[in-house]
Design a protein around this ligand. Structure first.
Ligand code: NAG
Ligand code: NAG
Ligand code: NAG
Length: 222
């Protein structure tokens, strides 16, 4: 399990305006088996907007692991499903909630970002590493569409489609793109498909996706 910061915030947890360590949750017997902090954090100069966050400490090596910012985008609930179902940080057990719906589609959100490709393009000019994955059975956002916008970034291909393996079986295919952003400093982007994965890939292929993340955090090839 890695280090997660969910629900849209940018600063380290110490900077949060209000925070609580959550020891137990309704429907879960005993203390939580991981460190969970929640709170609100202000954004913008006046911190007028207060964002709610979950901070889940890495169960791997909190000192060494990167801080992962998990932003829930829209318009659906895929990213929230990601943290609750895919990464398995929180377990919602049958019978503990009367009317559990994964996605409430009646919330009145407005659409103000048409495309995030320009943001991604700007990020490619910085010394970052990125991992983008797609379940190859995802018919909501098929991997070929994701591949197409990645190609539009015009990055240099370091290796083209190669299989990656878990337990000696092909778990998907991956490409690596990389470009220098300064002398000896690169931006790199790994694009991986997850064989047999649906829209929320790790929900379908937890073992494979866990191996993928673990290797990537450790700078190993997938
Ligand atoms: C969905 O959101 C609407 C608007 O906030 C609310 O009235 C409704 O109770 C919510 N439904 C569920 C199942 O949470
Ligand atoms: C990308 O960077 C350029 C140049 O700094 C800037 O003008 C533009 O607004 C940025 N685009 C986004 C979407 O942030
Ligand atoms: C990528 O390369 C193509 C072909 O050379 C060019 O038409 C396009 O404008 C480039 N896009 C970017 C974002 O640089």
């Amino acid at each position: 399990m890695m280090l997660f910061l969910a629900f849209t915030l940018l600063l380290l947890s110490d900077a949060a305006a209000s925070k609580s360590i959550i020891k137990s949750l309704p429907g879960f017997d005993g203390n939580l088996p991981f460190v969970l902090e929640t709170g609100y954090i202000g954004v913008g100069e006046l911190e007028a907007v207060q964002l709610f966050y979950y901070f889940i400490e890495s169960e791997r090596s909190p000192k060494d692991d990167p801080l992962v910012l998990w932003l829930t985008g829209g318009p659906g609930c895929s990213a929230l499903s990601g943290i609750i179902y895919e990464i398995d940080a929180l377990h919602i057990r049958k019978g503990t909630i009367k009317d559990w719906r994964r996605c409430n589609k009646t919330l009145a959100y407005s659409y103000n970002v048409e495309s995030t490709v320009d943001y991604h393009r700007n990020l490619t000019k910085k010394p970052y590493r990125s991992l983008i994955y797609s379940g190859d059975h995802d018919m909501t956002i098929p991997y070929i569409g994701t591949h197409e916008w990645i190609e539009s970034l015009n990055l240099t291909i370091k290796y083209d489609w190669e299989p990656w393996f878990v337990d000696g079986q092909v778990a998907g295919y991956a490409m690596l793109y990389a470009d220098n952003v300064q002398d000896y400093i690169t931006y790199d982007l790994t694009f991986a498909t997850v064989k047999g994965g649906g829209h929320t890939a790790p929900e379908y292929r937890p073992e494979q996706c866990f191996a993928m993340m673990d290797r990537w955090f450790d700078y190993y090839p997938l």
